[in-house]
Write a protein that binds this ligand. Structure first.
Ligand code: RB5
Length: 170
């Protein structure tokens, strides 16, 4: 499936399930995930929690981030938030799943441009780096942004998609 077909399918699913947001965090992101989950639910989103379901200091971010990433590529959730202490490990793990375009975000410009130009589908946050108030602003900016679908953006993403050898789990 080429990138263009892929985004058509996904935008249909997104239209159906725009309110389903997946969240995942290890111990380093647990508190921020908890706070953002409350804020998302209050704002009317349906939140699917991929764990951790409780704070366990020895847990490992791939155990939560990878199931979230698979759910995003399968269209089970519209977008994802992956949180660890720095946001780096979560981002590395998420991007191993074909079809995921995850980025560690700390500023509002990247939160929307990452979607508009690069079709970012998972935003990663550092629970030990970015405080709740800025994180919530970033989340809202990310969720309100839409991919622009300009030919040059699709062309660039197709080149990335080619690297995945059509392994997308869609
Ligand atoms: C866990 O202590 C920490 O290493 C992890 O949350 C994350 O920051 C990795 O990138």
């Amino acid at each position: 499936m080429d990138y263009e077909q892929n985004i058509e399918n996904k935008s249909e699913r997104r239209a159906e399930k725009i309110m389903r947001i997946g969240v995942a965090a290890d111990h380093g992101g647990f508190e921020l995930k908890t706070l953002l989950t409350v804020a998302l639910k209050t704002a009317g989103y349906k939140v699917i929690d991929f764990g951790a379901k409780k704070l366990v200091k020895e847990d490992d971010y791939p155990d939560f981030v990878v199931p979230l990433a698979r759910a995003v590529t399968r269209g089970e959730v519209s977008r994802g938030l992956a949180i660890c202490g720095s946001g780096v490990g979560a981002c590395v793990a998420a991007n191993k799943i074909p079809g995921v375009r995850a980025a560690l975000i700390t500023d509002p410009f990247s939160a929307h441009q990452g979607v508009e130009d690069d079709d970012m589908n998972i935003m990663c946050l550092g629970g030990r780096v970015t405080g709740y108030a800025l994180s919530w602003d970033l989340v809202q900016t990310f969720l309100n942004a839409r991919f622009k679908s300009d030919e040059r953006f699709i062309r660039r993403l197709s080149k990335i998609s080619d690297l995945e050898g059509n392994k997308s789990e869609l």
